[in-house]
Design a protein around this ligand. Sequence first.
Ligand code: HEM
Length: 196
Amino acid sequence: MNPLSTAPALLSARLKDETATLHEQMHALMEQAQPFASRAQYVRFVAAQYHFQRDVEHLFEDRAIQAAVPDLQVRGREAAALADLADLDAAPGDAAIATGKVAMPEALGWLYVSEGSTLGAAFLLKEVKEKLGVSETFGARNLAAYPEGRAVVWRRFVSFLDAPGLSAQEQDAVVAGARAAFERFGVLLKRHFALD
Ligand code: HEM
């Protein structure tokens, strides 16, 4: 028997495969929202990003996620998004934290969505710099690469995801957490752009 044919899929591969449709839906929503059509539109995107990042960083307080992702201090863009809003003379508005009851292993799925979004953000950053005159130091800190670089920080995150230790059931819970996080970002986008 070929052992490769029975090897379980890596968690990172499962997450990518099993949330691909949700990622596509984010593209569709962004298309609908037109967040980069003007600075006024962009402010709505940054506010949605801020609330999402707040949900994600809330999870950083949990000891179990700190153990699973030991470099949390370099991750998260809540402060960056808030600084961007201040640059743009905007306020985030209120929203209750959505992750009050989320814990490991679901929390790892939320973090996957936030960290993965830093990859797509490279393209978004290019677009807003060209169209809106914002930058990594003014208005678009939330889309900037981490100081170490996007790829390095992402690969390290994937290595934490794929470290042995999670049972198949726990992996299912991580995937469920990722689904919930995509859904939350969608809800925030719809709310801030008054879609639906
Ligand atoms: C129109 C908006 C978006 C575009 C153009 C975009 C684009 C991309 C691209 C090109 C990648 C792959 C980058 C690479 O492999 O180097 C990527 C990955 C990813 N993006 Fe997006 N994205 C968008 C929005 C989002 C949003 C809103 C989220 C979540 C809130 C998100 C979550 C992710 C995740 C989790 C990955 C990692 C996939 C993996 O390799 O496992 N993206 N995105």
